[in-house]
Design a protein around this ligand. Structure first.
Ligand SMILES: [Fe+2]
Length: 286
């Protein structure tokens, strides 16, 4: 029975849609040091909705540019290639993450809102601790729970046994998922990230966002996403069924030298400011 379910879950991951060609092309251009603004602009302009989101973000208060930005090339210069990459990816996954997930007690758009919040906090913490690529942290934060979109169906069916394990078996929701279903949502997310050919550090950040102490490839990135995830839950954004009992892993706190948990109030209030700015936040819902 468990074996059948495991194969079924792996099959579901295999059936996940691949990233559209257009998005893969944009990712390639942003990662190629020889590409020019014109190369990227040409690709962006093929997608009307992405074009308008990029212009909206460039003109948001977050960037505080004094004059109106009305061309994609100006916006690309202001935002940078890495931010454009995050936006192209976000506009694709928003559709996958906007559905209601009954197994996790998440209503329509809850996971998506929560993921954008976690992404923004990840980028903010990355900058605070001088992490080399804050945009990678953004993508890690955005996708850390994507495995829930697949596991939801099984969690819903086994909800009682999972909650029983949490209440009486002294397990976390994540451990109960793994014990009852054979996979936890982080492991399923890792498989999706592998399928999408993400770099190793991002695959790891998604797979270990609840267990950063297992990190080998990039402990700082995993720790940033872990802490941002915990802060998102503490802020109560679309908290869902597994939103209780979140703590920072001491490994993550020790790994990020520039992060001081005593400044948590300050970090949370800064995070509220960032997500309250609608123009820089809710850009990607179709
Ligand atoms: Fe998670």
């Amino acid at each position: 029975m468990k074996e059948t379910r495991l194969n079924h879950i792996v099959g579901k991951v295999k059936d996940m849609p691949v990233l559209p060609n257009r998005v893969n092309k944009i990712i390639k251009i942003t990662e190629d040091p020889d590409s020019t603004i014109e190369d990227l602009e040409k690709e962006i302009l093929k997608d009307q909705s992405l074009t308008s989101k990029i212009l909206k973000l460039a003109n948001s208060a977050y960037y505080g540019y004094p004059r109106k930005i009305d061309t994609v090339s100006q916006a690309t210069i202001l935002l940078g290639f890495q931010t454009i990459k995050s936006m192209a990816l976000a506009s694709t996954v928003s559709k996958m993450m906007a559905h209601e997930l009954k197994g996790y007690a998440l209503g329509e758009n809850d996971l998506w809102t929560q993921s954008q919040t976690c992404a923004i906090i990840s980028r903010y913490i990355a900058k605070e601790v001088n992490f080399s690529n804050p945009e990678t942290a953004y993508i890690g934060g955005l996708l850390r729970d994507i495995g829930k979109t697949i596991l939801n169906f099984y969690v819903e069916r086994e909800y009682k046994s999972i909650v029983n394990k949490v209440e009486y078996g002294n397990l976390s929701f994540l451990e109960a998922e793994e014990e009852i279903l054979g996979f936890n949502h982080a492991q399923v997310g890792e498989k999706i990230a592998e399928k999408w050919n993400f770099p190793k550090d991002l695959v790891e950040a998604i797979g270990l966002h609840h267990t950063p102490e297992k990190s080998i490839v990039n402990p700082a990135l995993v720790s940033i996403v872990h802490i941002a995830d915990a802060i998102t839950m503490m802020m109560g954004v679309g908290i869902g069924a597994d939103g209780l009992n979140y703590n920072f892993s001491s490994f993550a706190v020790e790994t990020l030298e520039g992060f001081n948990p005593e400044n948590l109030d300050q970090i949370m209030s800064k995070s509220y400011d960032l997500i309250v700015d609608k123009n820089s936040f809710d850009l990607n819902i179709q």
